[in-house]
Write a protein that binds this ligand. Sequence first.
Ligand code: P5A
Length: 440
Amino acid sequence: MRLSRYFMPILKENPKEAEIVSHRLMLRAGMIRQQSQGIYSWLPLGKRVLDKVNAIIRDEQNRAGAIELSMPTLQSAELWQESGRYDAYGKEMLRIKDRQDRPMLYGPTNEEMVTDIFRSSVKSYKDLPLNLYHIQLKFRDEIRPRFGTMRSREFMMKDAYSFDLTREGAEHSYNKMFAAYLRTFDRLGLRAIPMRADTGPIGGKLSHEFIILADTGESEVFCHKDFVDLDIPGAHTDFDSVEGLQAIFDKWTSLYAATSEMHDEAAFNAVPEGDRLSARGIEVGHIFYFGTKYSEPMGAKVQGPDGKEHFVHMGSYGIGPTRLVPAIIEASHDDNGIIWPASVAPFDIVVINMKAGDQACDDTCELIYAALTKAGKDVLYDDTDDRAGTKFATADLIGVPVQIIAGPRAVASGEVEVKDRKTGARETMTIEAAINRFVA
Ligand code: P5A
């Protein structure tokens, strides 16, 4: 992508409305724009990051055996009347009427709708287990939308829903998502800690929130400090192994961890004092097992091996991609801007032409840009005629992991500089060496 032809509206000044660093940096880097309170557009740079986050989430959902579909944002109130949540959900639900005066709503979550899909076609235990997910916009009319897309009114959610014949089966489905979440957050460059949590309006008894420790987090959390070093399940984890996944779950829930709603002071005080971590955190995922809470009132049942009908046991599993992007920034930035983990960086490499219009600089940058693009890298080429200082500041701000800098002096001796955004380390090398480093 040539910057001269791209749309990346950088802000020079710090926006006054932004209270936390991720919100400030997302606005300054031209990633998002607020359209009305708590409702955002994702501008091209932000959209690239969001797509990469979603690709990792999708990959891990698929690995764990979940199947993607797509459900609408607008739902009929009737479904919610069946489960009893239409009245219970309160003011957070945006209620709408269509031209026939039929009550509709902008979905805050999809338990009812997916249960309706399930009951319309699954009739036998032989079709279980089943886990259906989508990545879709939601709307919750939050009392206090704030911190940009961290807590917005319209936001994206990956929501998965599992169906099993028995409670034991449902627990295995829960463990699959538990392990998939550990892998997902790890691939996003984050250490997320599963904590016993309250179930709120979703319901059920078993629930974990996945929390990233950050001073700007909205939740107050308490946990054992050894979470920081626990091993993440590997890529070859067998998601069909009941014992294997139970062992992962047991290991990750053996240490004390709870949000303030579930906090047990006595149990926490039993942790040796030096191992206690009392901190703030960002909730990036939340999983629930709620048994037959929706299947019973909505009549979602299958025929079991005993020939009788059974209400299915369900769970639901949410991740917030539009919250994850600022959460990653909270965890990874410096005074100059964002430092993206390679897995979600909007571009792999930025090529900086320090003197656009200078033939040798232009030729060198074109050569590097073409070679790296051909090798499948996402390259941003800063071919604008801005001052070199502005270009460096922009490259640091948008946090692309590698900068290749071509200035007249180095180029005259066939060289460029390669800068690592995270460490700031700079290396001078031949043009060929710079290309080969990233093509290999
Ligand atoms: C689980 C999937 C649910 O809604 N039903 C379907 C269950 N869970 S939840 O905890 O309420 O939300 C899941 C995740 O969505 C993100 N999230 C938000 N992100 C940005 N702005 C918001 N206002 C917002 N509300 C929820 C969080 O990551 C949460 O863990």
